[in-house]
Design a protein around this ligand. Structure first.
Ligand code: MRU
Length: 364
């Protein structure tokens, strides 16, 4: 997608396949800076420090990190160590484990001398697959937006989204934002309510930045405003991404998503979640009890960063010194509050039957 009219992906390898370059998302929207990842430790740090973030993107960076690790130690012990080290960076998103498992299987089936090259090529293939899948999610989801538009031809479709599930969270297109991009390009009039998404403000910083780059009308709102807007008929649909979906359709996503789903349910607003198949965890059935919820540093709650009047990025403390804070990064929306899941294969009910219908190869 575009930044100031120029097409970017979130990640691109060197011509000689030595390093992979990423956009530093901790600096957006105020600075556009890139980082080169030359070692598996660089990749692990980029994921843990959220230089890259978003479930599909951390899967791909994990895959490149694994390939870099194979250049450091391609033994079977090196394979196990790389898998464990990269998996430990962030615990909630399924995509990271999915990509690392794929790389481990490939590495163990490949002669040691060829492991780095094979895994590097596989990381590229995972990235390309992500682009194809996200674009397909966009096409399927855009039809929902177009249907709502057809019922209200004289006004834009109002869509509420939470966190950043756009191209910055993937390689290109995004998950929840892909249908918005596709619908906008097809000429559907729409407007996006962007939840700021405390504590790290991925909505206010990243989603707003993306929508601005694509010239899509949007308004940033405080996280707590969504329920009020829904009560007053100002939201036609809620559309979010996901970090892990259980085999029964429970949706884990950025903290605060659950409260939006409750408000949507109470107000008859359809609530959709969009994700590629790599986000589905076929081993889990009860999202609230089984999905590991990442807890991050309290400092992300007690402090906030932004652009100072002098043009420098500044971090300030918002809580009194001495107050304790806790920082839960994700929550789980039970399937009963989800109108439908939007995947690369199409839409399905958020249920075991719905998911098995789209992914019959997962039936046991
Ligand atoms: O903590 P983050 O920024 O990695 O969380 C991202 C989200 O919660 C996204 O909504 C999710 O990964 C879906 S991304 C396409």
């Amino acid at each position: 997608m575009k930044i100031e009219g120029r097409h970017y992906r979130t990640l691109w390898p060197d011509a000689d396949d030595a390093r992979v370059h990423v956009i530093d998302q901790t600096r957006l929207p105020h600075r556009f800076e890139t980082r080169a990842l030359a070692t598996s430790a660089d990749a692990a740090r980029a994921i843990a420090d959220m230089i890259v973030r978003g479930a599909p993107l951390i899967g791909v960076v994990g895959a490149y990190g694994f390939a870099l690790a194979m250049g450091e130690d391609a033994s079977d012990a090196g394979v196990a160590e790389a898998h464990a080290k990269l998996l430990a960076t962030r615990p909630t998103a399924s995509n990271l484990r999915w990509a690392l498992d794929r790389q481990r299987t490939l590495a163990l089936g490949t002669p040691q001398a060829a492991r780095r090259a094979a895994c590097w090529a596989e990381a590229g293939e995972i990235a390309e697959e992500d682009v194809r899948f996200c674009e397909a999610i966009g096409a399927h989801g855009a039809r929902i937006i177009a249907e709502i538009a057809a019922k209200n031809p004289h006004r834009p479709v109002d869509i509420l989204t939470h966190c950043n599930a756009g191209w910055l969270a993937t390689i290109d297109w995004g998950t929840a934002l892909a249908p918005i991009y596709k619908a906008a390009r097809a000429g559907v009039a729409l407007h996006v309510w962007v939840d700021e998404t405390r504590p790290r403000n991925q909505g206010a910083s990243l989603t707003a930045f993306e929508l601005l780059g694509e010239n899509i009308p949007h308004t940033v709102i405080a996280d707590n405003a969504g329920g009020h807007l829904m009560q007053h008929g100002r939201v036609d649909m809620a559309l979010v991404g996901s970090d892990r979906v259980t085999a029964t359709g429970d949706v884990c996503n950025k903290i605060g998503t659950y409260l939006k789903a409750l408000a949507a349910h109470d107000n008859g607003v359809p609530f959709y979640a969009a994700m590629p198949g790599s986000t589905i965890d076929w081993t889990m059935r009860d999202g609230v009890r089984e999905i590991p919820i990442e807890q991050r540093a309290a400092r992300e709650v007690t402090h906030i960063s932004g652009l100072g009047a002098d043009g420098a990025i500044a971090t300030v403390q918002v809580t009194p010194t001495g107050s304790k804070a806790e920082n839960y990064a994700f929550d789980v929306t039970p399937a009963k509050y989800v109108t439908a899941l939007i995947t690369e294969r199409g839409l399905c009910a958020a249920s075991a039957d719905g998911l098995r219908g789209l992914y019959p190869e997962q039936s046991t």
